[in-house]
Design a protein around this ligand. Structure first.
Ligand code: PBG
Length: 322
């Protein structure tokens, strides 16, 4: 195997040759583009911590989804920003909620675009936690029926895929059962199975207005130090009926993506989260890095680690250059 019989440089001499032996190829069909949908009409409000990302009213969300679709992106994930928040997150499961309306209008406009609903209460509760509070703690079991209700209401609106991101125990099973009982047995679940309590979600919380008023999410999201535990979470979710599993965030957790991919035989998604996006945007706006090259290198690394699907705010930018 040694030099000079072998020379690594032989296969790196030209772009066509490099392309011939390239192991990982990105494609717009790998991407899922997140959309933040807000009340009103004609709204396109920039998210200051995420250059290039907007809060969109339903009409503009349809247009943004059309853009994504025309660039070859097969799916979008929808986050709702309601006008009214309360202790139980009621507008998360209202039939005329902002996300439910976005689902039905985008579906009607672009039937072949796959719509994913993020299922979680944090954008809808006045306290900003992902479940209901009881004695100052986020109460697991009384949150489950509300998540199930939200999933069913999104299915009724025509969503293609349900993606629970709350990290309550047993939510995949509860959602599966509720979907089946409502005759949505063919609606798949993409579970945020290994979701870490991460500082990389900072900009998202501005975009989705979902910062917890007190405390943090470490009581239900995973400790960044743990990887074996991710395997446990993933296997439990598959056992409860998850059709696909997600690792989130992506970049500081490439080892977790890799481990999960080696172990399971369902599609693996990775979420290239808001903080990962904004760091790159900020550095490139300062002229410190080459935006396009950094973006493609990051997305390639996530795919190389084993992600079959990548949720990313770069989706439109990346699809345009691929
Ligand atoms: C919860 C949810 C969050 C993200 C996706 N779903 C925020 C959180 O857990 O605080 C983060 C996405 C990102 O940072 O891009 N509804």
């Amino acid at each position: 195997m040694g030099f000079p019989i072998h020379r690594g440089r032989r296969l790196r001499r030209s772009e066509p040759l490099r392309q011939l032996v390239r192991e990982t190829e990105l494609s717009p069909s790998d991407f899922i583009y997140p959309l933040f949908v807000t009340e009103g009409r004609g709204v396109r409000r920039p998210v200051s911590s995420m250059p290039g990302i907007y809060n969109l009213s339903v009409d503009n969300a349809v247009e943004e989804a059309r853009q994504a679709h025309s660039l070859g992106i097969p799916a979008v994930i929808l986050f709702g920003i309601p006008d009214r928040k309360d202790a139980k997150g009621s507008s998360a499961y209202a039939s005329d909620g902002v996300v439910q309306r976005a689902i039905s209008e985008v579906k009607e406009a672009i039937p072949s675009l796959q719509l994913i609903a993020d299922i979680c209460l944090c954008e809808y509760t006045d306290h900003g936690h992902c479940g209901v509070l009881s004695g100052g703690d986020v109460h697991n079991d009384s949150t489950l029926p509300l998540l199930a209700q939200m999933a069913v209401s999104c299915a009724k609106a025509g969503v293609d895929i349900i993606a629970p991101s709350d990290m309550m125990d047993g939510r995949v099973g509860a959602i599966r059962k509720a979907l089946d009982e409502a005759r949505f047995e063919l609606v798949p679940i993409l579970s945020y199975a290994a979701k870490y309590a991460s500082a990389f979600y900072g900009p998202f919380r501005e975009a989705a207005q979902s910062t917890p008023k007190s405390g943090d999410r470490r009581g239900y999201q995973m400790d960044p130090a743990n990887a074996r535990e991710a395997i446990k979470e993933v296997l439990m979710d598959i056992d409860e009926g998850a059709d696909m599993v997600m690792v989130k965030p992506a970049l500081s957790y490439l080892d977790v993506i890799w481990r999960v991919k080696q172990l399971v035989n369902v599609p693996v998604a990775a979420y290239n989260v808001s903080g990962e996006y904004s760091l790159v945007k900020a550095a490139s706006q300062n002229g410190w890095v080459d935006y396009t090259r950094i973006m493609l290198e990051i997305l390639t690394s996530i795919k190389r680690a084993g992600a079959d699907l990548i949720l990313t705010y770069h989706a439109l930018d990346a699809a345009r250059v691929l």
